[in-house]
Design a protein around this ligand. Sequence first.
Ligand code: EPZ
Length: 418
Amino acid sequence: MPVSGEVFISGAKNAALPIMAAAVMCESAGLENCPRLSDTETAAEIIRAFGLECEIYKNTAKIKQGKKSGFAISPELCGKMRSSILFAAPAAQNFGKVVLCAPGGCRLGERPIDMHLEVLKKMGAEIFVSDKKIEIEARHGFSGADIKLKFPSVGATETAVMAGAAAKGRTHIHSPALEPEIEDLCAFLNSAGADISFGEVIEIKGCGGMLGHAEHRIMPDRIETGTYLTAAAITGGELFIRDTAPDKLEYVIKLLEDMGCIIKCGADSIYIDAPKNTINPKEIFTAPYPLFPTDMQPQFTALAAVSHGDCKIHENIFEGRYRHIPQLCAMGADIEKYGEREFIVHGLGHGLKSAAVEASDLRCGAALILAAISAKSGSSIIKNGEYVLRGYEDICTKLADIGIKAEYTEQPFGKTPV
Ligand code: EPZ
């Protein structure tokens, strides 16, 4: 059934998480538009475990220094999300040392943290890795350095930005990731007294210690925005999307327009009117910002499955981001995986079938919800629905607001009937 109505976009998960981590090395912080997600709750638990105060009321987070009670992140908390690694630099700055283990989070491939550790070492930390834990010591804080990343890693860039902001001396980060969420992190740190200029080379004049107080409004979530735009495209619906930032999603908007959607953008809103059937591009490649975001690939794959024509999809960021394919095929999609990182979607030109399927990560879950709402009849069950709650605030309410009945229940496996 075509979706229709209004969606209000929440704060960006991938900005809120590094900013909450950076707050650990700030005197205090007030964050507006902080999304209420299981990942931001996990970040709050990590902050409290360090002995800082962290309260989240509605969409405002208040974080401030307290009685430092520890510098370790428990294996259980590390295992909950990849972003636990983002606490390494700020915690080492604040406590002189941090102990954590390899981060968990969405299984999208190996997801090593070698680049984070190389950055911290280059900026003066001592690192001790055993099979179970990673100890990072920076008893005298960090020293500025010239950082050359072998790949524009979002997380490693954020680690370098945070360490550089507190370091003694200057830091230059060459070939950084330029995702908008990193720019938002820099804006937060600058409001806490840092001196960062964001660009092709990120230049930082370190303040040589802890930062001050910061008030900051988290930027809108561009991937949530892209997901709801895709909900309109996959059902031939019409949506008004509010409280968003169209300028941070230009590639996805252009792609949907090329597929036949009518899209009008305001300063903080997007109107989309999708045709009954969209037309696939011949080929699409995921790449670092400002090109096609990997976090939109599963959702786009679901759209390609119901659109007209074949589309070759190249996933160039995560070698394991394809677990949504067999699930989409179980809903009737015609997708052929070939090579380690490519697959061909043979667009059906009509919706998929309702089915009982299984989410394996956050964006896979989002893709399965989109596939479910493309079905002409019936309802779908999506097991492990809790993955979706990691990155989509109030998703069942927002779907209801646009005409989709979805319910999350804590049944065994966390089924999410849609
Ligand atoms: C961030 O993950 C996002 N997560 C991801 O969003 C996003 O998909 C990704 O950036 C790419 O845009 C958050 O911001 C919390 P990377 P991150 O470091 O930082 C390799 C979502 O769905 N790599 O840019 O982990 C890595 O294995 C999530 O919201 C190393 O080899 O991504 C991957 O192949 C999923 N060594 C590539 O770089 C390292 O030390 C890109 O990873 C670090 C990364």
